[in-house]
Write a protein of this length. Structure first.
Lengths: 226, 210
């Protein structure tokens, strides 16, 4: 899904909007916003990040070349600005993910589905982080506690679940917008009598909904988080 | 540095919102000749003096700073249109649809960098301030209508900056309502006459002395 090309003469405003909405930068921006708004870590978009990194490298080389070949300094600084903007998006995207991983690393490690949402680099980072944190906790605190309380994940041997593992709150309310008319959304939670009601979303209108209820739609890309 | 804004205050910082708004397209009238620019974010140009071109706002501002163009204010940013919008806002409870999502950020950027390109800038600026006040007041009154029955909130035509300001409040308010109205805490929803938050009682209720 690379940038679409326009055919014909000077594009109109609408076509420009359409063009922009399919560029990688726009996609990266969308991924960045979703990642910021979502309480849990979302799927890593390998293709997108790969393409953007490639384009960034290409652009950096072009700028290098141009600066040595004495091109117009104005256009050079503009290219640099564009480069910086895209770099910011990419960096911020990766940083939010790392922040989430740091917060919920034990929880992510336990669940296969979440583990598979990480990139290779992130998986290495998470494993090392978990090992380091475990080691630190064991050496400084856990080894000094009585026998039954020495686990990193459970409060004590009698806990049934891993209650020392922080989990992301999936029932936070998030702002979202859908691109098309969506109906039949089941609201998972809420007052008992409302639970069976089906919710519908008009395109382009903002809604504040419980994240749990729209999770599958976010994953399939039908809803944008803002 | 691509740092993270403090999530306690608001999801996006004001600067990040401006960053997002800077991708909006505006018209400029360049006064230089430049070849086409093939950015990662898109292709723009070529630029011919006195011929209107469409570029993203960040590019327009950059060119304007270097004195290479003048920015045409967007259609909605003129005194007549804004007076109309202000009247509409004052007369109805609904939000006006005529303002773009990022109107606050766009108008701020244009005032800061392209003040001379806007006709009647002072008037426009005060109109926009008034519009912002009226809209925000409407949002505040709407928020008072929350109660335990609210499971989702629908907001029509709110702008990016307004959304960002109310987002933490709405999130926490809905969360609190959800938590307090959760069915595990209410033993028998039929018996509850009003929607005050219930507290789990393990001991029998004590009679309050009158």
């Amino acid at each position: 899904m690379a940038s679409s090309s326009m055919e014909g003469s000077m594009p109109t405003m609408d076509e420009y909007e359409a063009l922009l909405s399919t560029t990688d930068v726009e996609l990266l921006k969308r991924a960045w916003r979703s990642e910021k708004a979502a309480p849990e870590i979302l799927r890593y978009d390998f293709d997108l990040v790969g393409r953007v990194t490639e384009q960034l490298q290409l652009m950096e080389e072009t700028v290098e070349e141009k600066s040595t070949s004495g091109a117009d300094p104005l256009s050079l600084s503009l290219y640099q600005m564009d480069l910086d903007r895209t770099l910011f998006l990419l960096r911020s995207y990766l940083r939010i993910r790392i922040q989430k991983i740091e917060k919920y690393m034990f929880h992510i490690r336990k669940s296969d589905e979440l583990w598979n949402r990480l990139s290779k680099g992130e998986k290495d980072f998470a494993s090392r982080c978990i090992d380091d944190l475990k080691q630190h906790l064991e050496e400084s605190v856990l080894s000094k506690l009585p026998e039954n309380y020495q686990s990193v994940e459970k409060q004590s041997v009698i806990s049934e679940e891993d209650d020392m593992v922080p989990e992301p709150r999936l029932d936070t309310f998030v702002l979202c917008r859908s691109k098309e008319y969506l109906s039949g959304i089941q609201l998972e939670d809420g007052p008992v009598d409302d639970r069976s009601k089906l919710f519908e979303m008009e395109p382009g209108v903002l809604y504040f909904i419980c994240y749990k209820s729209i999770k599958p739609l976010v994953e399939s890309g039908k809803i944008d988080l803002l | 540095m691509a740092g993270q804004s403090d999530p306690e205050l608001s999801l996006f910082s004001a600067e990040e919102l401006e960053f997002i708004a800077e991708d909006e397209i505006v018209d400029i009238v360049p006064n230089l000749k430049m070849g086409p620019l093939n950015f990662i974010s898109g292709d723009f140009g070529p630029f011919i003096p006195q011929i209107v071109a469409q570029v993203p706002l960040w590019l327009a501002v950059a060119l304007k700073k270097r004195g290479k163009c003048s920015i045409c204010p967007p259609q909605w940013m003129c005194v007549e249109k804004l007076t109309q919008v202000l009247e509409a806002e004052r007369n109805s409870q609904e939000m006006s649809e005529q303002l773009p999502f990022h109107y606050v950020e766009i108008s701020r950027l244009l005032f800061d960098h392209a003040n001379d390109d806007i006709s009647d800038a002072y008037m426009v600026r005060s109109l926009i301030e008034d519009i912002r006040d009226v809209r925000f007041h409407k949002v505040e009154t709407d928020l008072e209508a929350f109660n335990g029955r609210t499971i989702a909130v629908k907001i029509k035509n709110l702008s990016a900056m307004e959304v960002n300001i109310v987002r933490p409040f709405i999130g926490r308010a809905l969360q609190a309502f959800y938590k307090h109205d959760s069915p595990e805490l209410i033993p028998d929803p039929e018996r509850v006459p009003d929607r005050r938050p219930q507290v789990v009682q393990n001991a029998p209720r004590r009679q309050l002395r009158r």
